[in-house]
Design a protein around this ligand. Structure first.
Ligand code: NAD
Length: 298
């Protein structure tokens, strides 16, 4: 028998799976409606995607983003630069896209080749078009609780938690991973919602003593099987952001899914959990940017 509980912290036998694909489809349907409205008022939302080099994984991510834009009616433009392209050439393109009123979102696909310094590139993007949310302005806004464009992956996690009706206020949340892209913004966004947040990272001593206290555990470390059932509190909500390719080609997260699902109340699968939400929230941010532009119109 499967006993499901909607509240974190209660006894469960098998976790409810949070279906990221289904939630993403729901959000994309909302996106389509917002795009139609914008087009009716004469604004065609548009995203520019810049990529340097021909890293195969990056090429797949870019293709997925372009495809997702087309699915909801967002116009997209792709700029692919040779791997030896200089920072100046890239900056020149960013400045011209900043000045182009027909473009609402600018995204630089990461990683960049090592000869290009990342920060000057990210900080050259107009904060009002920074739909990835990596510009210092948007990072600062996130810290002060007024995010303009929340970074897409943690934004997607929040949407999943919201969809599953998981209360956040006063909950003990442990975030494993402290990167600028996932862990840190995730912690800030959860703090903003009055959760009690603890961040762990590679130098944390005895990870389990922290994770076991979590009502909600968000894991973004990039280490397969990092989180085992004995590290998880019975009834916890477990969100697995990790994406790891095993030597046998299988794609897995950071959580021992089969073990942890017997203990948690909710869990996200990999693939099909957080992944589909990341691209979807990029669409949401691009549409929000076009809506802001519409409000600024005389
Ligand atoms: P990153 O390498 O920049 O950061 C990893 C973080 O995990 C660091 O803070 C590190 O200190 C911590 N960490 C590493 N080993 C640890 C350990 N043994 N114990 C505790 N903490 C540890 O990675 P990232 O960009 O934040 O991505 C993390 C994972 O999430 C990766 O698997 C990545 O592929 C995945 N990811 C998924 C999506 C998605 O859409 N689902 C989006 C972004 C990243």
């Amino acid at each position: 028998m499967t006993i499901l509980r909607a509240q974190p912290g209660l006894l469960t036998r098998s976790a409810q799976i949070i279906d990221g694909k289904a939630v993403a489809a729901e959000v994309r349907a909302e996106c389509r409606i917002r795009v139609q409205k914008l087009k009716q008022s004469g604004i065609a939302p548009a995203l520019a995607v810049l990529m340097v080099g021909n890293d195969p994984a990056s090429a797949i991510y870019v293709r997925n983003k372009i495809k997702a834009c087309a699915e909801v009616g967002i116009h997209s433009e792709q700029f692919v630069f040779d791997k030896d392209t200089s920072s100046d050439v890239l900056l020149e393109r960013i400045h011209s896209l900043n000045a182009n009123p027909m473009i609402h979102g600018i995204l630089v696909q990461l990683p960049l080749p090592s000869h290009i310094a990342l920060k000057p590139i990210l900080h050259a993007i107009d904060p009002q078009k920074d739909v990835d949310g990596f510009h210092l302005y948007n990072v600062g806004a996130l810290v002060s609780g007024s995010a303009v464009f929340p970074p897409c992956t943690p934004f997607g996690v929040l949407r999943l938690l919201e969809h599953a009706k998981i209360p956040l206020e006063g909950q003990n949340v442990v975030v494993v991973g402290a990167s600028n892209i996932v862990g840190k913004p995730m912690a800030l966004m959860l703090m903003q919602r009055d959760a009690t947040v603890c961040i762990c990272h590679a130098k944390t001593r005895d990870l389990a003593q922290f994770t076991i206290l979590a009502d909600i555990l968000v894991v973004a470390a990039g280490r397969p099987s990092l989180i085992l059932p004995q590290m998880v509190k019975t009834g916890a909500v477990v969100i697995d952001v990790g994406i790891n390719r095993l030597p046998n080609g299988r794609l897995v997260g950071d959580v021992d899914f089969e073990g942890v699902r017997k203990k948690a109340s909710f869990v996200t699968p990999v693939p099909g959990g957080v992944g589909p939400m990341t691209v979807t929230m990029l669409l949401v941010n691009t549409i929000a940017s076009a809506e802001h532009a519409a409000h600024r119109m005389p």
